[in-house]
Ligand binder design. Structure first.
Ligand code: SF4
Length: 228
């Protein structure tokens, strides 16, 4: 049994916890040192470049986003709100990102609200498409409805900046989902349950998978975990 001091979750933390509770403990409770990989540093740099272009700090289009140049230029004409930090309490009421009652945090790369109570929300991805990304879109959709009470319909998209457009497969480098308010609200209950599980559990067992090979704490690296 481990005392669980966690009071807030995010999609990435929940994802780590669901993939391997012990890794979540090492990272978020024990706060063990973990070097930032080159992929993460690169991803942060590209996000900054995209942010500057979309918010209008520069008109120079970043080469790192060239696979989505026309889409990003078009989105910019709608004056998107860029790089927002949303936070909710455990009743999904908006609160401060660092507030004491913050229970879940959601970072949004950019979103656009239209006058007809519909919206677009885009998450910029570097690297590959992974299966869990669809679930993240559901969190974005649910959180949008809690953030904007008048929103009736949301389109959520992942843009995979590293994957080239494929005319034979329009969704090769994009993941899109559309939800009505009613549909998006159904995800809230599921995430409430999953978030509560992570924040209340006292058990952080190892869960082996192919990812152990790349885990910084595996038996070949720090040796904190006996697997890998
Ligand atoms: S090596 Fe595998 S089981 Fe151990 S902490 Fe890392 S991901 Fe979890």
């Amino acid at each position: 049994m481990t005392e669980n001091p966690l009071t807030a979750w995010s999609y990435s933390r929940l994802n780590v916890y669901e993939q391997c509770p012990r890794l979540a403990k090492f990272r978020y409770i024990d706060k063990k040192y973990e070097p930032q990989g080159p992929a993460m540093a690169r991803g942060n740099k590209i996000h900054n470049e995209a942010q500057k272009f979309l918010e209008g700090s520069t008109d120079v289009f970043p080469d790192s986003c060239k696979n989505f140049e026309s889409e990003m230029r078009h989105a910019k004409t709608f004056k998107p709100v860029v790089e927002q930090k949303w936070a909710f309490n455990n009743r999904w009421k908006p609160t401060g990102y660092l507030a004491e009652d913050c229970w879940v945090r959601v970072i949004v790369d950019f979103n656009i609200e239209y006058k007809d109570n519909t919206g677009d929300l885009v998450d910029l991805k570097t690297g590959k498409k992974y299966d869990d990304h669809g679930s993240q879109l559901q969190l974005f959709a649910g959180a949008t409805m809690m953030m904007f009470p008048k929103m009736e319909h949301i389109t959520v998209r992942n843009w995979y900046l590293d994957i080239e457009d494929d005319p034979r497969d329009p969704e090769a480098n994009e993941l899109i989902a559309e939800y009505s308010r009613e549909e998006a609200m159904e995800f809230i209950d599921d995430f409430t349950e999953r978030g509560n599980e992570m924040l209340t559990t006292e058990r952080f067992p190892p869960r082996q998978s192919w990812k152990c090979r790349f885990c910084h704490f595996n038996k070949h690296s720090t040796g904190d975990c006996e697997f890998g």
